[in-house]
Design a protein. Structure first.
Length: 130
């Protein structure tokens, strides 16, 4: 699934639309940026309620493809500007992190892929391979 397809199928608002429409390899859900830096991977989507430019800086550092801001939180102009400079999509959804993470997990085939990954010694996270 690509970013544009995700935005359309989940009916997300595109807050920053100047980005490369990359394939999504998985997702990471967190509001603690040090946790994101330690555990998120490139070519994923960061699912968070942290709507500020430091979130963009962390996403850029890790090669994260998009930031999905949950609960309909406002996205400040300086965050949008920073994301445009870095070419990172910012999407916004009205649902909670739990709901959007679950929907994305299913959309990326997480239920089946996670079981196979865990059986092979992986972590069971979407986008993880053993």
């Amino acid at each position: 699934m690509r970013i544009k397809q995700l935005a359309e199928s989940f009916e997300l608002e595109v807050m920053q639309g100047r980005y490369e429409d990359r394939e999504i390899a998985g997702a990471y859900t967190s509001d603690l940026l040090s946790d994101v830096m330690a555990n998120a991977r490139s070519d994923t989507i960061l699912i968070t309620i942290q709507a500020h430019k430091n979130t963009v800086a962390v996403a850029s550092l890790l090669g994260i493809a998009a930031i999905l801001v949950c609960n309909g939180r406002p996205v400040p102009a300086d965050m949008i500007d920073a994301a445009a400079t870095e070419g990172i999509a910012i999407l916004r959804g009205e649902e909670s992190q739990f709901e959007l993470s679950g929907r994305l997990w299913v959309a990326l085939g997480g239920g089946v892929a996670a079981s196979a990954s865990a059986a092979a010694g992986g972590t069971g996270r979407a986008g993880d391979s053993a």
